[in-house]
Write a protein that binds this ligand. Structure first.
Ligand SMILES: Cc1cc2nc3c(=O)[nH]c(=O)nc-3n(C[C@H](O)[C@H](O)[C@H](O)COP(=O)(O)OP(=O)(O)OC[C@H]3O[C@@H](n4cnc5c(N)ncnc54)[C@H](O)[C@@H]3O)c2cc1C
Length: 379
């Protein structure tokens, strides 16, 4: 469907091999134990896929958005939590890459290819969909800023070496008063609240971050004061694309399980795959997933051509379409497996729990429809 060059084909083949060897075998276990997969971080870093979007000049591979989506899909087919690790890494990295000074990039980006982890911290206990109502404040004090506030649900939060943090530097200016900062692990004034106990994506860490007179040098500001909201919105657009790719992979993984099972499971003297009820269900699952995949690739193409209103609209549409599809497809996959689908011996129940998050995070699907409608009526 998509023409890839030889190098891109080889990269995807290598990802598939790593997924089969290292990711798939432990997907159920990290979910059951709600354990962060440090060994996967190492494997991804050693094979150049921990931060594939990072340009070569900073030690990355420099893949485009489309190829990154395909990489996420391959990983999410087996383990959506492991794909989320790469998404959080990209979400934390891109604001620095796109808006940071050369010194900030040199200081923090090369480590992200080698095994350091990143996170993107915008959400607060009282500021979710309405993220601009955040209460975190950064007050300039000579050559430093003192940051006070609290972030929640942050993916990779307590394991990240580099955090991209959003805070108001001038609340009187409204959204134009938000600025972005790089905060590093171990900074005085940074502490961690609880790691969340979640329904799904349990092989991923989500943490509360607490800032109490957290002192960061002025040089750690990403861009100028007041540029934080544009930086954050750009990061959210790309994050929505990544979530869409994760959802497509998850749906495909569930389809693969359901097809295999339906061919093997015999009831009434024949495989259930030969019943029209199962065939029609699978036909709908495959058609919806292919449609979501095309929309996701189209959004990636727009982003590869440059950010803008069209890319924003397509990223939002891909995000809600792909995650609603993943929710339905994984639920139907459980149905195809019947009682066994409900048991932890098969991966489809985990996939169904994982899919639910993608309808919620990086902008809920209600907010995604609002973003889409806003762009439609702006046109
Ligand atoms: C596992 C997980 C990982 C996350 N990772 C990160 C991360 O790495 N970094 C980060 O910054 N954040 C992260 N988040 C936060 C996530 O983006 C927010 O949870 C999400 O944006 C929704 O905010 P909320 O949970 O406060 O829900 P709310 O905003 O309180 O929404 C509750 C409900 O109301 C609906 N709603 C709200 N406002 C409107 C409206 N105007 N119109 C229609 N419906 C509306 C929502 O769609 C939703 O159904 C994560 C969340 C989770 C659960």
């Amino acid at each position: 469907m998509i023409e890839l060059d030889r190098e891109q084909e080889m990269m995807l083949a290598a990802v598939r091999e790593i997924v089969d060897r290292e990711v798939r075998p432990q997907a159920a276990q990290i979910d059951e134990e709600q354990r962060f997969p440090w060994e996967t971080v190492r494997v991804f870093a050693d094979n150049g896929i921990l931060t594939p979007l990072l340009p070569q000049q900073y030690g990355g591979v420099g893949v485009n958005y489309l190829l990154f989506c395909m990489i996420l899909e391959e990983i999410a087919k087996a383990c959506a939590s492991s794909a989320l690790l790469l998404i959080a890494q990209a979400d934390g990295m891109l604001p620095i890459l796109c808006g940071g000074s050369e010194a900030l990039k040199e200081a923090h980006l090369p480590g992200l290819a080698k095994g350091n982890l990143a996170a993107f911290a915008a959400t607060e206990p009282d500021a979710g969909s309405d993220v601009l109502s955040m209460k975190t404040r950064a007050v300039r004090d000579g050559g430093r800023y003192l940051i006070n506030g609290r972030k929640c649900f942050i993916t990779n939060g307590s394991v990240a070496d580099v955090l991209t943090v959003y805070a108001y530097t001038d609340p009187d200016k409204g959204p134009r008063g938000i600025s972005a900062f790089v905060v590093t692990k171990g900074s005085p004034g940074l502490s961690y609240g609880k790691n969340e106990n979640k329904m799904g994506m349990r092989g991923s860490v989500n943490s509360e971050l607490i800032f109490e007179d957290l002192s960061v040098p002025v040089e750690n500001r990403i861009g100028e004061e007041g540029e934080g909201v544009a930086n954050m919105m750009a990061a959210l657009d790309t994050s929505r694309l990544f979530a869409a790719a994760q959802a497509v992979g998850l749906a495909q993984g569930a389809i693969d399980e359901a097809v295999t099972y339906a061919g093997a499971r015999v009831q009434f003297g024949k495989p259930i795959a030969r019943t029209q009820a199962i065939q029609f269900m699978l036909a709908d699952m495959v058609a919806a997933t292919e449609a979501a995949r095309l929309l996701t690739y189209q959004a990636a193409r727009y982003l590869d051509r440059g950010k803008g209103p069209q890319a924003r609209k397509f990223c939002a549409m891909a995000k809600f379409t792909a995650s609603d599809t993943a929710m339905k497809v994984t639920t139907d996959a459980v149905q195809v497996l019947g009682g066994y689908g409900y048991m932890k011996d098969f991966p489809v129940e985990r996939m169904m729990r994982d899919a639910k998050l993608i309808q919620i995070y990086t902008g809920t699907n209600q907010i995604m429809r609002m973003v889409t409608a806003r762009e439609i009526f702006r046109e």
